[in-house]
Design a protein around this ligand. Structure first.
Ligand code: PSU
Ligand code: MN
Length: 311
């Protein structure tokens, strides 16, 4: 039935051949990170934001065992609506293909597949990271180790405070993953503008982010990703007091319900959406659309740079 090769959407294949800007988009936020039915609408809006800023969107996911770069609308609808869509990290990709399932790709899997496809920029919401009980549970997202060996720019709004933010930044340092703020030297906390930690570096424009990618490629020394942390403007963040209350409550429920492993992140995301009665959803959508727009502008700048240098 299949040779297990990556399948490309027609528009994405053409754009990659021509060296036009392409932005990878993640499907786990659609299948597991956002509530239905808003998730499908948001998935389409993400693609629209990429297009409006001059790049071609390539949403990545698995449909009946086929790994697709550039899902079409029917495939996107299926991953947003079907029951039992698997959450796929890198290690799951081959098993899921061989068993023919539907799956959504995490930041780790989306980055790895996008880089293999020759895509240099990826837009998402928040990264996975070090969980709060990691010293006991060893629960650290494979996003971190994957980003240490995957050459791609990931535009995100930092990590949610459901994680241990400080430990996540320490691990990113250890793993050799570059982190720059977008017009900020503070690491964002997803729903909240300031996650509580300083960054060593910032970039001031999409062109400067693209210059980092060009330098990285020319030096050919650092194997890993560039994280571009794009904070929400303070007036658009979730009310910090509501945020803290919801977090405390969510962590208590997690413990009470005995939720562990890969179910932790989706559980806490669903808790936020329910407990804030839509306030966190509106903020979440705003974050993703801003990241998609910035990623597209970086991809455009990177394509221009690459053309200019004759590569
Ligand atoms: N953080 C968010 N929203 C998300 C995720 C993380 O704010 O949707 C998803 C991403 O797909 C990320 C994954 O790669 O959760 C991390 O899951 P885990 O902690 O099980 O590695
Ligand atoms: Mn985990």
């Amino acid at each position: 039935m299949t040779d297990y090769q990556i399948r490309y959407g027609a528009e994405v294949a053409e754009a990659l051949r021509a060296g036009r800007p392409v932005v990878a988009c993640e499907s786990t936020i659609v299948s597991h990170g956002l509530p239905r039915p808003d998730n499908l609408r948001v998935a389409r809006e993400i693609e629209r934001a990429v297009r409006d800023n001059g790049a071609v969107p390539a949403t990545i996911g698995m449909v009946a065992g086929e790994l697709v770069v550039g899902l079409d609308d029917a495939q996107l609808t299926r991953l947003a609506s079907a029951d039992g869509v698997a959450k796929l990290s890198v290690r799951d990709l081959a098993v899921a293909a061989a068993t023919g399932v539907d799956g959504a790709t995490t930041v780790a899997a989306t980055s790895a597949v996008a880089a293999a496809a020759g895509i240099r920029v990826f837009a998402t919401g928040g990264l996975g990271g070090v969980h709060r009980e990691a010293a006991q549970t060893f629960d650290e997202s494979a996003d971190l180790t994957t980003l240490s060996r995957t050459p791609i720019a990931v535009v995100c709004a930092g990590v949610k405070s459901i994680l241990d933010v400080g430990a996540t930044l320490e691990r990113l340092e250890t793993l050799g993953v570059a982190v720059v703020g977008y017009r900020s030297r503070r690491f964002p906390g997803f729903f909240i503008t300031d996650g509580g930690f300083d960054l060593d570096w910032s970039v001031e424009s999409p062109e400067q982010a693209a210059a980092v990618l060009a330098a990285r490629a020319a030096q050919a020394v650092q194997p890993g990703a560039l994280i571009v942390a794009n904070p929400l403007p303070p007036q658009e963040q979730l009310d910090p007091e509501l945020h803290d209350r919801t977090l405390t409550d969510g962590l208590a429920r997690l413990a009470a319900d005995g939720i562990t492993g890969k179910a932790v992140t989706p559980f806490l995301l669903a808790h936020f959406h329910a407990a804030t009665e839509g306030a966190s959803l509106a903020v979440n959508v705003r974050i993703i659309l801003r990241n998609a727009a910035l990623a597209a502008r970086i991809a455009v700048a990177a394509a221009t740079t690459a053309t200019g240098s004759g590569r």
